[in-house]
Write a protein of this length. Sequence first.
Length: 315
Amino acid sequence: MLHILCYHRVLDKPDESNWPYFIRGTAVTAEVFEHHMQSLSTHTEVLDEDGVISWLCGERVLERPASWVTFDDGYRDNLTVAAPITARYGINPTLFITTNTLRPDWSLPVDSWYGTFTRATKRRGVFEGMGTTPWCFDLDDQRTQQRLTDGPEKRAFVRADAQQQASMLTQLSAIFCPAKEEYNDYLDKHDLKTLEEMGWLIGAHSLTHISLPSADTTKQREEVLGSLEAVHSLGLRRCSSFFAYPDGAHNEALMMRMRRWCSGLHGALTVEAAPTTQTSLSYAMPRYIPPNDQNWMQTLWSTTSSTLKHWTSQT
Ligand SMILES: [Zn+2]
């Protein structure tokens, strides 16, 4: 049994510029991350991608539960904060990048959304003009923070196409009047080479992080093959043999196309809180998104060992 973990950001602590990632569950602190890596090393056999492939192919037998650490998106903190910690534990993760983040002028849509209010110069007022009933916002209030991070407006934004997203961002800017300076928090080519030297493998996570099942076939093909091509052209010694679906979103039709388009791949990764077995579908391998809770791993191991005991007693 394999537990695949999917991290996004590892940050020192929540602050004015990054709190939405903690609310959304896509950031953990360096301290929590260190606890997680320690717990993995103690309770599991931590595999790298080659180890995972050998096990999937039946060439490797696991003596105890195993784990594989992966990262999505391509944030710079993966190198500056996470990599020194994984190196201390001899852990070699695979990182799946949204390849348009390599462009200096491009941001992940969700980062543009969060950036509008984390750089706000107007902290209180009325939120209106985005298709929902007007409501009063106060950026220092947790309910406002929660709604902006995971509420109806944000969910509509994630589902929207690029053009609609651009107009929603204009409306959002009119509400919050963000300070002008933008920051680029992504890894560049040079950073990816450094990570490779530290034992990381780099893979693809689409070009623009769109929801693939809602795109037409031409767009899907462009996003999947275009990002794989972008990773291959980085000049790294080798690349990951997996693809990570943006937000884990996939369906049967996409999985069938992936098999046809990507003959060089071993499979693709989703996000679903479940362990992977050798009979799991290779184009729908589940991954856990660990929360910012240092005791979470302990809970996972205790649930898993009771599942294992139950399974053993049934067979
Ligand atoms: Zn992602």
